[in-house]
Design a protein around this ligand. Structure first.
Ligand code: ATP
Ligand code: MG
Ligand code: MG
Length: 553
């Protein structure tokens, strides 16, 4: 694969390797919580973690961070695995679930209690939170902070046995109520939850907090570099505190933070994406307008385009906004090199070529991809009746309109020069058909007498075309930062025109043999792919992106 851009994490790893840390191993993990589908932000993290292992000859684990039973579902687990594979990465036999470590985490909690480093608190969450106070002055110690080891062991045992209700008791690490870092002020490490877990069922009624599970799982899996987003920087001292009390050799995992991806005109949090799905603002997690990996796939994005995008945006420590047009650029760039060209007419206007013999069909040889000769050529049928794009005709065009007009000539791509002689209208004055003549000497597009015809338009033979539905997408939000407005819900900024369905489009017969997700360039119109909604009777195509950035100023 292409060489990856250097980033600050490489410098950290190079230094660790130079110091001989962790026997020179590089082992990363991608740790999604299975509470939704993966989005393009996750793709950045996947490319980064698997990319590091690739660069250093290391390994990457896939770990489901499933410590919160109330929000997690098996459907999400499957979709996450599918998406990581589709992006082109493989965890091989290194699939882990944080929940598989519940027994070890519980034993570690018992060890902390035994060492006088954890205690059961009877206060409710709000009281505990209030006692933490502000970073400027020390917090208030819980009246239960100095319970004896024996009493703590007994209470935690009874919490685990289900003797108490949710919220009645929590287990807290005994760290430092005066620490300037609020996460070090005796954080809660276990809570009671009467919830069914997607893997452990009803076995547990106490569950570890994220901070108590994450680093320990890193440790047990042999992770060397635990890459996470910037908001966890302040959790790092706590991460290290747990590892200090857990480790029994020189080996230790190290947390490194980078800035998360934010995209303009997009919301990225799973909670908000779930809201769009649940409230039916979109047609499911894989709606082609969604920034989910499954949505992008269905929209026609390729794994290469997403990986190239991830590499292009780089990895930094500074939070910012990435222009969504950079993502669109990446897919355009890749599909330009790889996509099969076809002609398709989205908004058809019938053209009858009156001097072309009735019943005659010619096979014209067309280039499949001018960027890749190895893709060869295909035969495209031409006949007396064709469709062109309505927009490519004007009855009284201005001088600079280089397409078809009455008494004007235009070139039909790959075929002939045609001239419009007559415009047929219905009773209301709508144009329903054009009567044209062709120049039989102009096959391939060149005139025999040297006259210049500037315009070239695409077309399909009416009798051979495949009638299809085409779905045109625009940005889901019309505001650049839909979730950055203090008092306005992000859904207020939804673009009402984000989906336009065209029911009567005519495509070249070539598309007949395509499968869902196959990619095309419809000449002059953009990149499209076949939607899984397609049936043999009604193919459906999605526009991935137009050929040019229509939003560019
Ligand atoms: P969300 O807020 O969307 O629910 P999350 O961080 O809670 O995201 P996780 O499933 O915990 O989602 O994320 C798995 C991994 O992906 C984490 O390591 C997280 O840091 C990373 N990740 C999540 N969102 C982004 C993003 N926007 N950019 C880069 N990495 C991200
Ligand atoms: Mg998370
Ligand atoms: Mg989350």
């Amino acid at each position: 694969s292409e060489p990856k851009k250097a980033n600050f994490i490489h410098a950290h790893i190079d230094a660790d390797l130079a110091e001989g840390k962790n026997e020179g191993r590089v082992h990363t993990r991608f740790p999604p919580e299975p509470n939704g589908y993966l989005h393009i932000g996750h793709a950045k993290s996947i490319c980064l973690n698997f990319g590091l292992a690739e660069k250093y000859g290391g390994k990457t684990n896939l770990r489901f961070d499933d410590t919160n039973p109330s929000k997690e579902e098996t459907e999400y687990v499957q979709s996450i695995m599918d998406d990581v594979h589709w992006l082109g990465f493989d965890w091989e036999d290194r699939l882990f679930y944080a929940s598989d470590s519940f027994p070890k985490l519980h034993a570690f909690a018992v060890q902390l209690i035994t060492d006088g480093l954890a205690y059961v608190d009877d206060q409710d969450a709000e009281t505990i939170s209030n006692q933490k106070g502000t970073p400027q002055k020390p917090g208030i110690e819980s009246p239960f902070r100095n319970r004896s080891v024996e009493e703590n062991l007994d209470l935690f045992k009874r919490m685990t046995a289900g003797e108490f209700n949710e919220g009645e008791k929590v287990l807290r690490a005994k760290v430092d109520m005066a620490s300037p870092n609020m996460h070090m002020r005796d954080p809660i490490i276990y809570r009671i939850m009467e919830a069914h877990h997607h893997r452990t069922g009803d076995k547990w009624c106490v569950y570890p907090m994220y901070d108590f599970a994450h680093g320990q799982c890193d440790y047990w899996e042999g992770i060397t570099h635990s890459i996470c987003t910037l908001e966890f920087e302040v959790h790092r001292p706590l991460y290290d505190w747990f590892i200090d009390h857990l480790k029994d050799s020189e080996y230790r995992p190290r947390q490194i933070e980078f800035s998360r991806l934010n995209l303009t005109y997009t919301v990225m949090s799973k909670r908000k994406l779930l809201e769009l799905v649940k409230d039916k603002h979109v047609n499911g997690w894989d709606d082609p307008r969604m920034p989910t990996i499954s949505g992008l796939r269905r929209r026609g994005y390729t794994p290469e385009s997403i990986r190239n995008f991830s590499d292009k945006i780089g990895v930094t420590k500074v939070d910012g906004m990435t222009d969504v047009s950079l993502l669109e650029f990446s897919v355009r760039e890749h599909l330009n090199k790889t996509a099969q060209r076809v002609m398709g007419v989205l908004n058809p206007l019938k053209v009858v070529i009156t001097n072309y013999p009735e019943g005659q069909v010619e096979e014209l040889s067309c280039v499949n991809n001018p960027e890749d000769e190895s893709m060869g050529r295909r035969a495209v049928p031409f006949s007396r009746e064709v469709y062109i794009e309505r927009d490519d005709f004007m009855e009284n065009p201005p001088r600079k309109f280089f397409r078809l007009g009455l008494d004007r000539e235009v070139r039909l791509r790959y075929a002939y020069l045609i001239k419009c002689n007559e415009v047929i209208k219905d009773e209301e004055g709508n144009i329903v058909e054009l009567r044209c003549t062709y120049d039989p000497e102009s096959k391939g597009g060149k005139s025999s007498d040297g006259r210049k015809v500037k315009g070239v338009v695409h077309w399909v033979s009416a009798g051979h075309a495949v009638k299809s539905e085409v779905r045109l997408y625009d940005r889901l939000f019309s505001d650049e930062t839909p979730d950055a407005h203090k008092d306005v819900d992000f859904k207020e900024f939804m673009n009402p025109d984000s989906l336009k369905v065209l029911k009567e489009c005519y495509l070249e017969p070539f598309v007949k043999d395509s499968k869902p997700l196959d990619h095309f360039q419809f000449e002059r119109l953009g990149y499209f792919n076949m939607d899984p909604d397609s049936t043999p009777e009604k193919p459906v195509f999605n526009r991935t992106v137009p050929l040019r950035d229509s939003w560019a100023k």
